[in-house]
Design a protein around this ligand. Structure first.
Ligand SMILES: C[S@@+](CC[C@H](N)C(=O)[O-])C[C@H]1O[C@@H](n2cnc3c(N)ncnc32)[C@H](O)[C@@H]1O
Length: 293
């Protein structure tokens, strides 16, 4: 059944969108409603909230044009079907960069910004470092490294042709060398010459299927989420590939699931890595492992 057109007046529009998104089970209906309203109005969420649209009008008095109301209706319907907000906006922010995203590519997550920050720290103050982002998806981590550690030579690898297209677009002009293919046999010409390997691979254990939010389960590409029964298949591959790429003393950082706070570090310990350390995210949950070759 089609919903009736949204009422005019931004305050009413916002309230109606919030009600519909909350009913659809969206986790942050208020914030999402404001982002979608701002998007159809062509303004930032900040200026929407401070009511500085156009001529200093208030939320109460501003109305949507017919075209904007139709655009909002289409976006809200898609969000009700739990399409990720970033797919609707077409962009996702990651540290200091903006990335194009849409169907077929994993939306970069805030928790991965910590792993990228760790990687930036490893590169800073050291000129001419070589860094590799395995499983680059939209190119998020590679783009952050290029922006924040500009003297590094950065490479990125992605298996999915669709995601690779996004990475190529997002990394254009950054100097990052992005390759399409399986990490298992990628970049062999760099064997032993790399200083830093970073990866946010697929890692969700199949048994955690029910716990994964609908946005991810239905809309994120399966190849970006799952990796064998225990979720560790690609992490094992990351450990093997990093061992091949890194020179002596080189470091690897790899994101993992909360439940893998012991098992992911054990993959690296079993591979003879040194200084294996697990790191918590801002909520105190195990989030990524680092190790030295
Ligand atoms: C969880 S997503 C992370 C994407 C990106 N690094 C980020 O943090 O937003 C994992 C990515 O790994 C890619 N991938 C999965 N298996 C791969 C493999 N064997 N070789 C290369 N890429 C792979 C998926 O297509 C997906 O884009």
């Amino acid at each position: 059944m089609t919903e009736p057109p949204l009422p005019r007046g931004l305050r009413e529009s916002r309230a109606e969108v919030v009600r519909r998104l909350a009913a659809a089970g969206v986790a942050s209906p208020g914030a999402d409603a404001e982002q979608l309203l701002a998007h159809v109005l062509g303004v930032s969420r900040g200026s929407l909230l401070t009511s500085t649209l156009g001529h200093q009008v208030t939320l109460e008095h501003q109305v949507l044009s017919d075209e904007q109301a139709t655009g909002l209706e289409q976006l809200v319907s898609r969000r009700e079907r739990r399409e990720p907000l970033q797919y609707l906006l077409g962009v996702a922010g990651f540290r200091t960069v903006q990335l194009r995203v849409g169907a077929g590519v994993f939306v970069p997550r805030p928790e991965t910004e910590l792993l990228a920050g760790w990687a930036v720290e490893q590169l800073s103050g050291r000129p001419d470092q070589v860094a590799v982002d395995l499983c680059t998806g939209s190119g998020a981590i590679a783009a952050a490294l290029a922006a924040e550690a500009p003297s590094a030579q950065v490479y990125a690898v992605e298996l999915s042709p669709r995601a690779y297209e996004y990475a190529v677009t997002n990394l254009a002009g950054t100097g990052v060398d992005v390759r399409l293919g399986d990490i298992a046999d990628a970049l062999t010409e760099l064997n032993g010459d790399v200083d830093l390997v970073v990866a946010n691979p697929p890692y969700i254990p199949l048994e955690a299927y029910e716990e994964v939010e609908l946005e991810a389960r239905v809309h994120d590409p399966a190849v970006a989420l799952w990796s064998g029964t225990d979720g560790l298949d690609t992490i094992r591959s990351v450990a093997r590939v990093a061992a091949r790429l890194l020179g002596d003393g080189g470091v690897v950082g790899c994101e993992h699931a909360e439940a893998q706070g012991r098992s992911a570090p054990d993959v690296f310990r079993a591979g003879g890595w040194h200084d294996v350390v697990d790191h918590l995210d801002l909520s105190g949950r195990p989030r990524f492992v680092t190790a030295r070759r």
